[in-house]
Design a binder for this molecule. Structure first.
Ligand code: NAP
Length: 672
């Protein structure tokens, strides 16, 4: 097969790099599968193109429109994923491995497009948190907002997940309104290039929103500014070099690093070979060693087990590893494919030798030639380190292959201290049924880990496992793991935006964010708001109802009708002894129900459904004889379909003295 010359996508064009290209070889048989070069690219021009074309076009779109782009890209990738699977074999990945990379990547887009439309506004400004009162009279208030950065995101990815690695960074970046320049690791760049082609061919990305570099980054870093973000995944050594680049330091360029990690998994102190957690631990350990041939940043490198369990665990691991068929990833029987390259295998062998100085290899032979001699195959290798406190390499050296080290611990504190010797990890898992141990682990090891997964007999079946970073959850870890955070749902979007504190009159704040801010001038309803369609309801449109008295008879009637005869509503003596009430009070739900009775306009109209309340607070008790009145104000609006939109109403219920007794947001779906 003739190797493909990979192309860069720079300033709106596919271009091959100049000079002698680098050869990218198949992990399976060493044949050259692609040639690559980025020489001659105008890197400053690429950044300018992103900033001047991609950024402004993306920033014009609302979060919902950007989310729809992600949706279309996910659909385009799904439609053509078979071609990606075919290429992926050359990276040494089995079909199951490729599923994590390709379908996992597409799934990340799917999650982000959904979150973008559900959790982000149909706007270009994102509010962060609540309005902060800054003055007694309420004429000067504070609010935090996020706006899109005005530069470019430079994504530098590792070789092990050529598709997922790109998409998990791209999803939050594009949603944030920032264009991206993607630089995949050379070893597997042919797969990333193919995925980029599919996305560009979908024709939904604005020009300049996505560019690709296949090869070195040249002088790109020299042209970065404070509006750019570098998101890096790879080795700690490269991260250290890049994040100390003088321009990164001088311009305070955001640098997000995901790097090495000596992840641990702990078998609970209470677990015996008969416990379900014992088998679950062994299965997961073998899975983590062999999926992607152990080339996963989240793979378990250190297996911490109670000292009396080390022999049974070792025996069970060896028995399972024995069944792992290693070979050509295209064969259905194969359970573990190859490392990405022969060079990577050499690196793994060297690292195993280093770790072995802290103990011994108890399963596997790293020198064994397996399957195709020209491929990068290696046996899984289990090491055992009897004295983990004397060990160094076992806690410091990451062999990025099917390699794990078994070590004993004495008690919970010892397990925690050993886990923390990884000096900061992406993930730790614990196989335990003991919830007290789980809490102790969180308190003792949380500060050293980006994610903690507790797996037991009740969760195992549905568990996403130790090694899978989920788009909804934070991926990243402190210290050695890089100190960065990616994904984590909407949190990941804000990594590519600037948070700004705003101060001003509620009228100004409201106009900026397009949302009602209490204290702003309202528009008194000229007709009942329930008679108005979605688009005819301005923010701040307010209905104030008449007052309604609440009698003792109302309370009794409500109590018997609903069955809620709680003493505070029904028993004068008991309610009088209650320090909060000092006598009978109306039910909170009665106040809600009566409030609805006051503000609802009964006839059929544009309000289609009431679908919930948010932030409900009963602020003050309402006693029999008092009266309530409601202010219903249009707070926020989100179009959900061309003909329907969600209206968020600010509801404030006051008593005869004008004091707030209840406040909440009411959500209705309205015809547009
Ligand atoms: P690497 O050598 O550090 O390379 C990572 C990326 O950096 C590649 O795209 C590489 O491009 C690029 N790069 C290297 N030198 C550069 C420079 N001077 N300027 C700009 N870019 C540069 O890491 P690797 O060996 O490919 O990946 C394996 C390592 O990544 C392991 O240590 C693993 O722990 C880590 N990893 C971490 C995570 C995580 O999420 N924390 C995930 C996966 C992997 P070229 O390929 O073109 O050199």
């Amino acid at each position: 097969m003739k190797p493909t010359m990979l192309q860069n996508y720079a300033e709106g064009k596919w271009v091959a790099g100049a000079g002698a290209p680098a050869e990218l070889r198949s992990a399976i048989d060493g044949a050259v599968v692609a040639l690559t070069s980025s020489q001659g690219l105008d890197f400053a021009g690429m950044l300018q193109f992103a900033r001047q074309r991609g950024g402004p076009a993306l920033r014009k779109l609302t979060f919902h429109q950007r989310a729809l782009i992600l949706k279309a890209l996910a659909e385009a990738l799904t439609a053509k994923k078979e071609a990606l699977y075919e290429l992926s074999y050359q990276t040494g990945a089995t079909k199951a491995d490729s599923w994590i990379d390709i379908d996992g990547g597409i799934g990340t887009f799917a999650v982000y497009q959904g979150k973008g439309r559900r959790e982000l506004p149909n706007d270009t400004i994102l509010i962060d948190g609540a309005v902060e009162a800054l003055s007694r009279g309420g004429a000067f208030q504070g609010l935090h907002v996020f706006t899109s950065l005005q530069g470019a995101a430079v994504h530098i990815n590792a070789f092990n997940f050529p598709v997922w690695g790109m998409l998990e960074k791209l999803a939050p970046t594009l949603l944030a309104g920032l264009p991206a320049i993607v630089k995949p690791a050379s070893a597997t760049a042919y797969l990333t290039e193919a995925a980029v082609r599919i996305m560009l061919e979908a024709g939904v990305l604005p020009e300049g929103a996505l560019q690709l570099i296949v090869g070195g980054t040249g002088d790109l870093f020299d042209h970065l500014t404070s509006q750019d973000v570098v998101s890096f995944t790879g080795s700690a050594a490269t991260a250290a070099k890049l994040k100390t680049h003088p321009v990164i330091v001088r311009e305070s360029v955001r640098f997000v690093a995901e790097q090495d990690s000596l992840n641990a998994s702990v078998l609970g102190p209470e677990v015996s070979p008969e416990s379900p957690e014992f088998d679950l631990f062994v299965k997961e350990a073998v899975k983590e060693m062999t999926v992607k041939a152990g080339q996963k940043c989240t793979a378990i490198r250190r297996l911490l087990v109670p000292a009396p369990m080390i022999d049974p665990v070792q025996a069970a691991l060896a028995a399972r590893l024995e069944n792992i068929v290693i070979g050509d990833p295209r064969d259905e029987a194969t359970r573990m494919g190859a490392l990405v390259s022969v060079a990577q295998r050499e690196d793994v062998r060297e690292k195993i030798a280093e770790i072995a100085r802290d103990g011994a290899i108890v399963y596997g032979d790293p020198g064994l030639e397996i399957a195709n001699a020209k491929g990068a195959f290696i046996s899984p290798v289990l090491l055992r380190c009897e004295r983990p406190w004397q060990a160094r390499a076992a806690h410091d050296v990451e062999a990025f292959g099917p390699v794990s080290t078994l070590m004993p611990y004495k008690d919970a504190d010892d397990a925690i201290a050993l886990a923390n010797r990884g000096k900061g990890s992406l993930v730790m898992s614990a196989f335990t049924y003991d919830t007290e141990f789980a809490r102790t682990l969180v308190l003792g090891a949380g500060a050293f880990h980006g994610r903690l997964a507790f797996i037991d007999r009740d969760s195992a079946k549905e568990s996403t496992g130790h090694g899978s970073p989920m788009p909804q959850l934070v991926h990243g870890g402190p210290g050695r793991a890089g100190g960065g955070e990616e994904m984590g749902g909407v949190r990941g979007v804000t990594h590519y935006m600037q948070r700004t504190a705003l101060q001003g009159h509620p009228r100004v704040l409201s106009a900026i964010v397009g949302r009602y801010v209490a204290g702003m001038p309202v528009q008194k309803a000229s007709e009942h708001p329930f008679r108005r369609k979605f688009h005819d309801l301005p923010i701040g449109y307010q209905l104030t109802t008449k007052a309604r008295e609440i009698t003792l008879q109302d309370i009794e009637h409500f109590a018997h009708f609903t069955g809620d005869t709680f003493y505070a509503h029904m028993d004068e003596a008991a309610a009088a002894a209650n320090p909060l009430f000092g006598g009978r009070v109306a039910h909170g739900y009665l106040i809600l129900a009566f409030a609805a009775g006051l503000f609802v306009d009964p006839d059929p109209g544009p309000v289609l459904a009431n679908y919930g309340l948010d932030n409900l607070r009963f602020v003050k008790p309402v006693k029999p004889g008092d009266a309530i009145q409601v202010a219903l104000t249009v707070k926020d609006k989100t179009l959900r379909k061309p003909d329907q939109g969600e209206v968020r109403w600010d509801v404030v219920v006051t008593n005869r003295d004008g004091e707030t007794v209840a406040a909440y947001d009411l959500l209705t779906m309205n015809a547009a």
